[in-house]
Design a protein around this ligand. Structure first.
Ligand code: CS2
Length: 491
């Protein structure tokens, strides 16, 4: 069907403008937009989140200088979807309160970081660009067990050796180097990934990269970065499942045009940003974002309540044969443990931000997960567990252990991940994919513990990048894990 239909493009959009039935057009004229933001990692999340905030902020303030250049990191598929559409795509909200399909025009260009690394450096160095945003997922930061830049990573080593950069930190440092030598205009780098203190983490990695360069190359750059570049922290929130063929068919029906770049999202979206910018920025607060000096409390609430519970439901749900998060949370037993994780283990560790009602937040999280229209797959959320567990669950575990309490539900979530890794199959025998940068090591560790919960827990606990040196030494935590893995294996 989509082979016959016209594609969404600037000229076809014009033909349709004014009809506005099941859809809303771009809030700003995309043709008039100039690029002011470079976004690294243009996946579905960026398109359903920052790109919309940026477009609405531009529209609210009548500014036409906040267009976006998106950079794909590994696969060039987003470039191939969006460039034939002049960067246009639509966002299809699903669930209670869903708005009409929205065509977004803020993305003006998509560059493949793998195919055109020099172009990425040029764009970031462009003096018209004042903000660089990132959603490159946890693994895109390439950190070692101590949380520093992993210099043993061959891609990092290759970037350090001076090839046109391919890693995110390499792209940033090489482009900042170029920028300093050119306009030397200040710029802000805004990480939007689910990491604790994402801005500070990224700033640390940039400095690790600089420290590893010969001093002649790094000379003066660190000082310039200290005075001219800011790395604010922010918390982002919107559930954005992977797009399916059915979603594309629905977009086609609503638009009368084929949109290969459509993204699906829940109606909810939230963005809390540390107000610390080196230069100009889009007035995101005019689009509903919160600019504040205190992001940490918001970030902890989101990562420890929402993301941790998401992971718990993903592993337990997948093991029980639930395909989607909505199906998992409609399983009464799983809903009860999700609630208990938030109430018993997480809540005592949180500092509640001003103006937030935590009980209400918890209920909203469960309601959002229950949205059946989203079809967010448990195996999608289960991806990259080695990167997600420390951020989402192990902070809670450490905080509770420090006050002498073994957090049973957080331990259950970790045990469910262990069972997921070890079993590789759900209740009905279907295979569970292990999509994780440490997959080979995890598989080897799990094989060592086959059929023996104690050995399984011990061998996985020894993966230091995940559990550090401290957690394997904690007898109470280890015993809780063994107990939960045993029960999960017994079904
Ligand atoms: C999810 C997140 O895939 C995952 O791991 O937990 O992507 C989650 O949907 C978002 O963080 C919600 O803001």
């Amino acid at each position: 069907m989509s082979g016959e239909a016209q594609r969404l493009r600037l000229d076809t959009l014009d033909q349709l403008s004014g009809q506005g039935r099941g859809w809303i057009g771009p809030a700003l004229d995309p043709r008039a937009l100039r690029v002011g933001v470079v976004h690294l990692g243009i996946g579905a999340f960026h398109r359903a989140h920052q790109a919309i905030f940026t477009e609405l902020a531009g529209a609210a303030t009548g500014r036409d200088d906040w267009g976006i250049t998106g950079v794909t990191q590994r696969s060039a598929s987003v470039r191939d979807q969006l460039m034939p559409q002049d960067g246009l795509y639509s966002v299809l909200e699903r669930g209670p309160g869903a708005a009409p399909l929205r065509v977004v025009g803020s993305v003006r260009e998509v560059v493949s970081g793998a195919a055109d690394p020099a172009v990425v450096v040029d764009r970031i160095a462009d003096p018209a660009v004042r903000v660089i945003t990132l959603t490159v997922t946890e693994k895109g930061y390439r950190r070692d067990a101590a949380g520093r830049l992993d210099r043993s990573d061959p891609q990092i080593a290759a970037d350090l050796a001076g090839r046109p950069p391919r890693t995110v930190v390499g792209q940033l440092v090489r482009a900042l180097q170029r920028r300093r030598a050119g306009s030397a205009r200040p710029v802000t780098v805004l990480s939007c990934d689910n990491l604790v203190s994402n801005g500070e983490v990224l700033q640390g990695l940039v400095h690790d990269f600089l420290d590893a360069l010969p001093s002649a190359e790094a000379g003066g750059l660190a000082d310039w970065i200290a005075t001219s570049v800011r790395f604010p922290t922010c918390m982002v929130d919107r559930i954005v499942p992977a797009t399916t063929a059915e979603d594309r068919a629905d977009a086609l029906a609503l638009l009368g045009l084929a949109d290969e770049g459509v993204v699906v999202a829940e109606p909810f979206r939230q963005w809390v940003i540390e107000d610390d910018f080196a230069a100009d920025r889009p007035a995101w607060e005019r689009a509903g974002a919160v600019l504040t000096k205190d992001v940490a409390a918001w970030e902890a609430v989101k990562l420890r309540m929402l993301n941790a519970t998401h992971s718990l439901l993903a592993y337990l749900g997948a093991l029980r044969g639930h395909d989607t998060i909505a199906a998992a949370v409609s399983d009464d037993q799983l809903a009860a443990v999700a609630e208990a994780l938030m109430v018993e283990d997480v809540t005592p560790t949180l500092r509640v931000p001003d103006g937030l009602d935590l009980d209400d937040y918890r209920r909203q999280v469960l309601k959002r997960f229950a949205n059946p229209a989203l079809r967010h797959r448990t195996t999608q959320v289960a991806m990259d567990g080695s990167q997600k567990l420390p951020v989402r669950l192990l902070g809670t575990v450490r905080d509770r252990l420090a006050v002498g309490v073994v957090p049973q539900y957080a331990a259950l979530a970790v045990a469910a991940w262990m069972a997921y890794v070890a079993e590789g199959r759900e209740a009905r025998g279907r295979e569970l994919p292990l999509d994780d940068p440490l997959a080979d090591r995890l598989r080897a560790a799990a094989t060592a513990g086959v059929g023996d919960p104690r050995r399984l827990v011990d061998s996985l606990l020894r993966v230091e990048e995940i559990f550090g040196a401290d957690l394997p030494e904690h007898d109470g935590f280890r015993a809780a894990l063994i107990d939960h893995v045993r029960r999960l294996a017994a079904g």
